[in-house]
Design a protein around this ligand. Structure first.
Ligand SMILES: *[C@@H]1O[C@H](CO)[C@@H](O)[C@H](O)[C@H]1NC(C)=O
Ligand SMILES: *[C@@H]1O[C@H](CO)[C@@H](O)[C@H](O)[C@H]1NC(C)=O
Ligand SMILES: *[C@@H]1O[C@H](CO)[C@@H](O)[C@H](O)[C@H]1NC(C)=O
Length: 192
């Protein structure tokens, strides 16, 4: 089964608390992120088989981000960038909720990506699911200063909506994206 049985109750409690993060107005000059892969795998629950579920995603940011200007007048930029193999590993009874799960370093030394998952309530014919919240932190040291901007984007993942998959005879299930999905990001204003 995809969702812990406690989820319905948790959603009832959480539905009013799923406050939108404080984000800057949408920046339409940025190209949206591309969620290229998302794989949700849940265990069979059979004795002797693996107990944990995993959610693994890949996302790309094709933008060259303008982080500011160095004291020498040089424009400091970051990107394009990829969040690779962002992975949550969790017990189905506990869920992956409300934690930062890191993505693999992409070797560029220009910051990092994280993934967070929030409970997404059922809606219409769609089952409850995961609100995937991706964060891209661009962080570049230059000329003795540190240039830093953070971006966040989210997407609801519900079986039947963007996800398709199968459950094996054992009861273990695997879902993936029907197609790559656009994720609209916003800059998170830094505290002054
Ligand atoms: C996750 O955070 C939301 C919002 O703060 C809260 O309502 C919800 O209960 C939390 N879920 C869990 C499982 O901790
Ligand atoms: C998103 O990624 C997919 C898979 O790599 C690719 O086919 C698609 O063209 C990309 N979409 C955009 C808007 O870049
Ligand atoms: C993410 O991309 C990396 C590098 O292209 C690839 O090795 C990995 O299999 C991908 N992960 C998923 C979940 O598709």
């Amino acid at each position: 089964m995809l969702f812990p049985t406690t989820l319905t109750a948790a959603i009832a409690l959480a539905s009013t608390a799923l406050a939108a993060p404080t984000l800057a107005p949408r920046d339409d000059t940025l190209t949206p992120w591309n969620l290229t892969r998302a794989i949700i795998s849940t265990p069979s629950g059979r004795p002797g088989e693996r107990l944990w579920a995993t959610i693994t995603v890949n996302v790309t940011d094709s933008n060259t981000l303008n982080l500011g200007t160095g004291t020498d007048g040089v424009a400091v930029t970051a990107g394009p960038s990829e969040g690779l193999n962002c992975k949550a590993t969790f017990l189905p009874t506990e869920g992956p909720w409300n934690r930062s799960w890191p993505c693999d370093p992409n070797g560029k030394q220009e910051g990092y990506w994280t993934m967070n998952l929030k409970e997404a309530p059922a809606e219409g014919t769609f089952r409850a699911g995961y609100e995937l919240v991706l964060k891209h932190v661009a962080d570049v040291p230059y000329n003795g200063a540190r240039f830093h901007k953070e971006y966040e984007g989210s997407l609801l993942l519900r079986v039947g909506e963007y996800l398709t998959g199968t459950c094996g005879g054992s009861g273990a299930c695997s879902w993936g994206l029907k197609a790559a999905m656009e994720v609209r990001q916003s800059e998170i204003p830094s505290d002054a």
